[in-house]
Design a protein around this ligand. Structure first.
Ligand code: NAP
Ligand code: GDD
Length: 365
């Protein structure tokens, strides 16, 4: 019989990849999207006409809305909660909203499932941000995080995720719910939101390349000059429009992240719900790199080895508290789910850059 899944957060990066995966496995997918004054379905536009995909409006902060969706789909087999205010920096500016969506939203879904007596499996999108400043140390002195590392959250976002994580654990134990949490480390790709650091970098590089091409020049051209905030073409500046390009403005370049490819990570979400028993799993690549190293890879793809005059540090992008080091250990997922990541960082950077360079080409008027 055809299985049915509800995906909260279907318009996001992971929601769109998960929808692709579930449809490829012949599921019927009910995707939940918030009402917005602009169209937010760009990432799932190719799925909109699909007979097995049904988009409904709903908001996880509104328990009536959640109950309505669940009641209409009482035969649902799997519920995935990917909905969140997912930007860590923004969570410092909108902590209340972040709490309502990222923390309490999870409770709204779980309590509704229990109250309605729905027999389904549940997935919660937990996060490596929950570890914050905390890490374990292996026998060689290497720092890592796994399912046994304690949580020391460093942002309103991470605190909301820890609360949701413990709600999942409680509902599993108190009500016998098949509720699992994937503690996912950073995962990126061509569908990543444009204000996360990886995509911000690849989008900027694609824009810069397009600007160089427009003026039939290259990064090594002696005519290029560098101001505090912009790159410009010498001699053509004063009244000519478009002869300067704003530099890439970033915050902390020393933070280290374990970056993987989003398409790989949704396979782990699905695998968790195919297990006989619910559990928590760390999902990551096991390799960590600084933002600075990501810049090396990304600019290196265009043959630019020294990017220092293209990037400017802007305190606006520093956070009141930072997570300095994330590097996961996914041994449990490998042993129990048979899950391993298929893409490394170099491949990830290449995929994102190729996509963004291509998109720029297509947008030439
Ligand atoms: P994302 O691109 O920001 O997507 C978040 C989704 O949640 C969007 O569809 C958004 O809708 C939706 N949403 C926000 N508030 C909502 C509300 N009140 N009601 C219903 N839907 C709402 O995030 P992502 O990268 O796909 O991540 C998916 C989940 O995994 C999130 O929970 C995130 O916190 C978590 N996570 C992500 C990573 C990562 O590296 N990507 C790592 C660990 C955990 P709009 O389109 O309307 O904004
Ligand atoms: N966004 C952003 N923008 N980050 C910057 C910038 C910038 O201009 N400059 C430096 N950074 C640094 C941040 O301070 C952080 O240390 C690192 O780059 C990564 O930032 P993000 O890409 O915003 O991701 P994140 O690690 O904070 O959070 C992402 O991963 C979490 C899992 O660890 C999000 O997807 C979360 O939702 C997710 O839970």
């Amino acid at each position: 019989m055809q299985r049915k899944a509800i995906v909260f957060g279907v318009t996001g990066q992971d929601g769109s990849h998960l929808t692709d995966l579930l449809l490829s496995k012949d599921y019927k997918v009910v995707g939940v999207a918030r009402r917005c004054s602009v169209d937010t379905t760009e990432r799932i536009k190719d799925r909109m006409g699909c007979p097995h995909f049904h988009l409904v409006h709903g908001d996880i902060t509104d328990v009536h809305s959640v109950i309505g969706i669940l009641k209409e789909n009482e035969d649902v087999d799997e519920v995935y909660n990917l909905a969140a205010q997912s930007h860590v920096g923004i969570s410092f500016k909108q902590p209340g909203l972040t709490w309502d969506i990222t923390g309490k939203g999870c409770l709204n879904i779980l309590q509704s499932i229990v109250d309605l007596g729905i027999q389904c499996k549940f997935y919660q999108a937990s996060s490596s941000e929950m570890f914050g400043d905390s890490y374990s140390v292996d026998e060689h002195g290497n720092k890592y995080q796994d399912e046994n590392t304690k949580f020391l959250p460093q942002s309103p976002y991470a605190i909301a995720k820890v609360a949701a994580h413990y709600i999942v654990r409680l509902f599993r134990e108190a009500y016998g719910l098949h509720a699992s949490a994937g503690i996912l480390f950073n995962h990126e790709g061509e569908r990543r939101g444009e204000n996360f650091v990886t995509r911000k970098i690849t989008k900027w590089i694609a824009g810069y390349q397009r600007w160089l091409e427009r003026f039939h020049t290259s990064h090594n051209d002696a005519a290029l000059a560098f101001g505090d905030n912009e790159v410009y073409l010498r001699g053509r500046l004063d009244n000519d429009e478009g002869f300067e390009y704003p530099k890439l403005r970033l915050g902390n370049l020393d933070a280290c992240r374990d970056w993987g490819y989003a398409g790989d990570y949704v396979e782990a979400m699905w695998a968790m719900l195919q297990q006989e028993y619910p559990d928590d799993y760390v999902i990551c690549t096991g390799k960590t790199h600084s933002v600075r190293e990501f810049l090396d890879y990304a600019f290196g793809y265009l043959g630019i080895s020294d990017w220092s005059n293209l990037v400017t540090i802007d305190p606006e992008f520093y956070r009141p508290a930072e997570v300095d080091y994330l590097c996961g250990n996914a041994s449990k997922a490998k042993n129990r789910l048979g899950w391993v990541p298929k893409h490394g960082l170099e491949e990830l950077v290449q995929t994102m850059l190729e996509h963004d360079l291509d998109e720029n080409l297509q947008n030439i008027p």
